[in-house]
Design a protein around this ligand. Structure first.
Ligand SMILES: *[C@@H]1O[C@H](CO)[C@@H](O)[C@H](O)[C@H]1NC(C)=O
Ligand SMILES: *[C@@H]1O[C@H](CO)[C@@H](O)[C@H](O)[C@H]1NC(C)=O
Ligand SMILES: *[C@@H]1O[C@H](CO)[C@@H](O)[C@H](O)[C@H]1NC(C)=O
Length: 424
């Protein structure tokens, strides 16, 4: 085929697929915590990640088994540098050794895009940790620059929402006064290096500590009358959006209104101690099911309506060795044997029930535990029974369809131009 015409067709296909797909599918992130002694091997975790439509995974370390297993899967990774390593990373040589061994070694097969330096450091009120945070971030960033990786890998840290002194109303959001001095230079680092501000936000905690005042429907993304921010007049129908906007306000109050905010953790436990009000299977199912649906709909918050939510759900697994109250060990979407902790409305992973090339192209293996029961097809009856499930399934279907269109385009290139992608 004449090249000019061929490109025309390809552009047309790209244009049409662009019209239909990208705006319907947000990308789901998931936290892969491993404080447990009974989790499946990383190979067996890949289908679980895919079954919930997650395209991004966040680790708390740089587990080589995980990073190797996920090579060439296209899944994006945030790797973590543990709190205990912060002081060492002030030393540029040590930082470079760490980046080489834990990041560079896996690129580009494993798509590592971000490194979090410590988790919730500022909430420990421990000056030896706090004082090392920014130097460690700078040390790792400098190592990335020296290795030529700073354009593809960003450096950040994840904060607890407790770094805010005021989180309601959202327009009044502000940082704890005692933290302003150390947060400001960190924000400056983000702005200079183009890295996002990460926050761990749990409406569950707000509900648990105040169940009489806080509406359960409001925290679970269920239909409710919502609240209006008296200053901005924005209407909020769920607490997570209010929390995110409080962070935007806090950032703006220090002059950093342009920093992107990502939600590095949010979730809901399916079980808790007697005094942990709200920690139930039914609530976890509603929170996480509605959350995934919200991400897929690509809604923004009232303050950032056109910005995609960038959210990492906590967590992939129930982690049996986590200390603390019962809820801490029960945040997982999956049990250690790989079976869902509760139904999120995604059933099986084949999702598209045809015998066409489309189905052949989409070869997501079913999770182990579902192999005996799952047909591998989208269960229409279940989806129809449960409207939330239905939406979520459609969302996952579109996600796979988009893969299919991309596969078709690649196939066309292959047929018409040999293996070479036409960039001449
Ligand atoms: C840290 O300090 C803040 C502000 O003084 C306080 O509210 C918070 O409870 C402290 N956290 C810990 C873990 O001690
Ligand atoms: C999937 O659907 C089948 C049939 O409706 C049901 O028996 C099974 O429990 C469902 N699996 C999940 C993980 O929801
Ligand atoms: C797919 O095709 C095979 C062979 O043509 C057939 O045996 C099988 O029943 C088909 N499956 C579905 C779901 O239509």
């Amino acid at each position: 085929m004449e090249h000019g015409r061929f490109y025309y067709y390809v552009s047309l296909i790209l244009f049409i697929s662009g019209l239909f797909f990208p705006d319907m599918v947000g990308s789901i992130g998931i936290n892969y915590g491993q404080i447990a002694n009974n989790l499946p091997t990383p190979d067996n975790v890949i289908p679980l990640v895919k079954s919930i439509g997650a395209t991004k995974v966040k680790l708390y370390d740089a587990d080589p088994r995980v990073l190797k297993a996920f090579a060439n899967t296209g899944v994006e990774f945030i790797v973590g540098l543990g709190n205990e390593y912060l002081s060492k990373m002030r030393d540029p040589d040590k930082a470079q050794v760490w980046v080489k061994a834990n990041v560079q070694a896996y690129l580009p097969a494993t798509k590592i895009t971000c490194i979090t330096i410590g988790n919730e450091i500022l909430s420990f009120n421990d000056s030896s940790l706090t004082d090392n945070l920014l130097p460690a971030m700078q040390g790792i960033h400098t190592a990335l620059v020296n290795l030529g990786l700073d354009k593809q890998v960003t450096v950040t840290t994840a904060h607890s929402l407790s770094v805010l002194e005021v989180s309601y109303p959202p327009s009044a959001g502000s940082f704890r006064k005692d933290l302003v001095g150390c947060i400001t230079p960190i924000l400056n680092f983000h702005a200079k290096t183009n890295s996002p501000f990460l926050i761990n936000a749990y409406p569950f905690f707000a509900f648990k500590s105040n169940p009489k005042q806080v509406s359960l429907d409001f925290v679970l993304f269920q239909p409710n009358q919502g609240v209006v921010d008296p200053k901005s007049n924005f209407h909020y129908d769920n607490m997570l959006f209010a929390q995110i906007d409080a962070v935007y306000s806090a950032l703006a109050s220090l002059g950093y209104s342009k920093l992107p905010v990502h939600i590095s953790e949010t979730g809901w436990p399916s079980k808790g101690d007697e005094d942990e009000v709200g920690a139930t299977l039914e609530n976890a199912k509603k929170y996480n099911g509605n959350l995934l649906k919200t991400i897929c709909q690509r809604k923004g918050t009232p303050m950032r309506p056109n910005t995609d939510l960038n959210i990492y759900v906590f967590a992939l697994f129930n982690e049996n060795m986590k200390p603390g109250p019962t809820s801490e060990r029960n945040y997982g979407l999956f049990k250690p044997d790989g079976s869902p902790a509760y139904s999120l409305g995604i059933n099986g992973t084949g999702l598209i029930s045809t015998n066409s090339t489309a189905a052949a192209t989409i070869t997501t293996p079913a999770p182990q535990s579902q192999q005996s029961s799952s047909t591998g097809y989208l269960s229409i009856s279940v989806a129809v029974k449960d409207i939330q499930s239905n939406l979520l399934s459609i969302c996952s279907c579109l996600y796979l369809l988009e893969d299919f269109v991309v596969a078709c385009i690649n196939y066309c290139f292959h047929c018409c131009c040999g293996a070479a992608f036409p960039l001449d």
